[in-house]
Design a protein around this ligand. Sequence first.
Ligand code: MG
Ligand code: MG
Length: 251
Amino acid sequence: MTGSIPIKTPEEIEAMREGGAILKETLDEMGKAVRPGISTYELDQLAEEIITSHSGAKPGFKGYRGFPGTLCVSVNDEVVHGIPSPDRILQDGDIIGIDCGVLYKDLYTDACRTFLVGDVDPDIQHFVKTTKKALNQAVKVVKPGNTIGDISAVIQKTIEQQGYSPVVECTGHGVGKNLHEPPEILNVGQKGTGPTIKPGMVLAIEPIANMGSGQVVTADDRWTVLSADGSPSAHFEHTVLVTESGCEVIV
Ligand code: MG
Ligand code: MG
């Protein structure tokens, strides 16, 4: 992902807000549907129904580089890109990252939340909350004049302060006409480095952390990324518009 960082037109921004609202609705419904006993395939079907119930909206991930699902579903030690399956039944105590994209009026939005399934170990809950906090802290530094490295630095600090590990291989990105556009937004980095943030940029910021080491491996399905040590992994993502004075969370 090299090249200049696209600046969105007012029309593109409005379309992304509309697409983002569809994606927000989808993730809100996922939060209600996640429970012990449901399969990741059922979640995927539900998400696709919700997205396609809106005229002109399509799942953003389905078919992208051949990915088969509407959702990337990553359970426990799965980090990203898990494939929905009728055989993968959620169990009490699991955590699940649900990452989803919407394509609307030729523009993508991209967001992820990690949900608790039933009664989750308090230490794992704290880990999930910390990863969510990393996203919230990162959004606070998105404003014109700051840099992409400022985002990376706050993510790394928030996660490492609690003894967890950011996953270096998985990065945020610009989003718009393409699902992945410049800039690459690492989950580790130095303040004051990288491109300067400007109004009209739209960034998908996505802290991804492992409870143990940050090392990852790819499963035999060639999609699912797993923590190398089997420790739980969490992922939160917002699509964020840079405004004149700060930013607006699109989804
Ligand atoms: Mg995503
Ligand atoms: Mg993304």
